[in-house]
Design a protein around this ligand. Structure first.
Ligand code: GAP
Length: 514
């Protein structure tokens, strides 16, 4: 655990030191769970957003994108169920005065049991070597089966209690599992209470006439209320999808773990409208498609897993998370939800407007069912950033800190470095930048020895360094250094653009999904 904490601290401090993420309003000591993206962070975030948009909108003929407002008519949230049911169960520790999400305390307890399973697997793998069959071990080892049964039983009971609003049983479960406050070790708990996560605000010039509004807690409702407008104006035929990215706001009780759980964050969501009855098929298809998108970034198949929900949200008939191995363990990165016709039917009821589709093949009207994919952009940022940050031992017994971001997402694709600040080398470097900047985000750096500049670009995550030296003046060549291999090659200046393009081009990255 100490190592995990340590690794995570390194991620947070690297994000600050290299201009990725700052605490919001830091000069006033910050604002809890609110963060600003800095010069490199905003580029990385934009690139992740584009990578998602390309895959979801441009590469699918039957998906279009919108950009709905953050403010929505307040009835939206009554209809969607958020006013009544968008709650987290919270519990306070009477001694430490710390507040927790009751379900997270229980899930953390389960994660510890699951960690024991992983330990057993690792031990057995070491013992049996090449002959080790993980599947068989998981299915037959009695100790592992007991752990698994225990973990499943706890989650099942918690899911049932939350679904039935039986908060007393959630508290009993915490007591039975002997869960203590992570800060103080105390087991002196209050009762579990529900807490609505929406932020309220007001619209209007005077206090008397102002209308109570909410800041949207998810972007999805902006899609549902525009369903018919988009369907008609885009002449969309079911099955079709509407995608959008944008800010969402939640008054999270326990906002910790840096940008993993924020109060203001960004979502990338897609609602896929389908015939009633076909939801199982589309749910499975979107689960597969979204996992492929993640895998296309090359961050290791072993770092992802599905987690099927026991406890379903008020709108879903099936739901799964794609979990990623963050520095603090496997956690939800993206959700895939089969939302039935819940949202559209609710909006029909509350607005008195028909939100139906005439199916020309079936020759009938119906309220479409929906399968949703929903990923937090900030959480994806954290997954990419934390996974990419590596300390490497080099042959000469030194270490280097390198941010091995997938090149397609790197904020800056190349740094152009004149070996010295004189003899006309900066002019050649600037000329190269003048040409490359139309295709890529590139940077110029002339300060310090070139070795130090390489290390600085490694730490920022720049995939290529292009060094201009005296030979460049004579034969129009430069050295191009690759961040990951540190290999340096002498190439003609005219070849540089093609070399960078080959490695950062979104097409080849996304084609891996096929
Ligand atoms: N429209 C469905 C929906 O909002 P969700 O599971 O509540 O579902 C979807 O959220 C995704 O949004 C999550 O998988 C996560 O990546 C991201 N997310 C949710 N709450 C977040 C928070 N407080 N901070 C950062 N990301 C968050």
């Amino acid at each position: 655990m100490a190592k995990q904490d340590d690794d995570f601290k390194k991620v947070i401090s690297h994000a600050k030191e290299y201009g990725y993420v700052f605490q919001s309003s830091e000069i006033y000591d910050g604002l809890s769970a609110v963060y600003d993206y800095a010069q490199n962070g905003s580029e990385l975030k934009k690139n992740i957003r584009e990578y998602w948009w390309k895959a979801m909108v441009h590469l699918n003929e039957n998906i279009v994108g919108i950009d709905a407002a953050i403010f929505m008519h307040p009835t939206t949230w009554k209809a969607s169920g958020h006013v009544d049911a968008f709650n987290d169960p919270l519990i306070d520790n009477k001694d430490s005065k710390k507040r927790y999400r009751a379900d997270v305390l229980i899930e953390d307890h389960v994660a510890k049991i699951e960690a024991k399973i992983e330990k057993e697997v690792a031990k057995a793998a070491k013992r049996f070597g090449d002959a080790f069959d993980k599947e068989q071990f998981l299915a037959t080892n009695q100790r592992v089966l007991d752990y698994q049964e225990k973990a499943d039983g706890i989650l099942k009971r918690m899911g049932r209690s939350l679904e039935n609003e039986d908060l007393a049983d959630v508290k009993s479960l915490i007591e039975e599992l002997d869960i203590s406050c992570p800060m103080s070790g105390s087991k002196n708990w209050t009762d579990v209470k529900q807490f609505n996560l929406m932020f309220g605000t007001k619209l209007g010039a005077s206090a008397e006439s102002a209308m109570d509004l909410y800041l949207r807690p998810e972007t999805a409702q902006g899609i549902f209320v525009n369903f018919l407008n988009v369907q008609k104006t885009g002449r969309m035929k079911i099955p079709f999808g509407i995608a959008q990215t944008g800010k969402a706001f939640r008054n999270e009780i326990v906002a910790r773990q840096f940008i993993f759980r924020m109060r203001e964050f960004e979502q990338m969501e897609m609602q896929f409208f389908i015939r009633p009855g076909s939801q199982q098929e589309w749910y499975e298809k979107w689960k597969e498609n979204r996992l492929k998108w993640h895998l296309s970034l090359g961050m290791g198949e072993e770092n992802y897993r599905f987690h099927d929900h026991e406890k379903l949200a008020h709108y879903a008939d099936a739901a799964a998370d794609i979990e990623f191995r963050f520095p603090f363990g496997f956690k939800e990165l993206e959700g895939i939800h089969s939302r039935t016709d819940f949202d559209l039917s609710q909006h029909e009821k509350h607005s008195n407007k028909k939100l139906q589709y005439f199916d020309p093949e079936l020759k009938e009207n119906y309220v479409p069912y929906v399968v949703e994919t929903s990923i937090g952009l900030d959480r994806m940022f954290l997954a990419v950033f934390a996974h990419s940050l590596q300390e490497e031992e080099l042959d000469n017994n030194t270490t280097r800190t390198v941010l091995k971001l997938p090149a397609v997402l790197a904020p800056t694709k190349a740094a152009v470095l004149p070996l010295v600040k004189k003899d006309g080398l900066p002019d050649v470097a600037h000329k190269i930048i003048e040409d490359l900047k139309w295709d890529f985000n590139v940077t110029y750096d002339e300060k310090d020895a070139v070795g130090r500049r390489y290390r600085r670009q490694d730490a920022v995550g720049t995939p290529f360094c292009i060094t201009v030296d005296h030979q460049s003046l004579e034969d129009q060549t430069v050295t191009i250094r690759h961040r990951d291999t540190m290999e340096q090659r002498r190439v003609a200046i005219s070849e540089v653009k093609g070399i960078i393009h080959k490695e950062v081009d979104m097409r080849s990255w996304l084609q891996r999904m096929q």
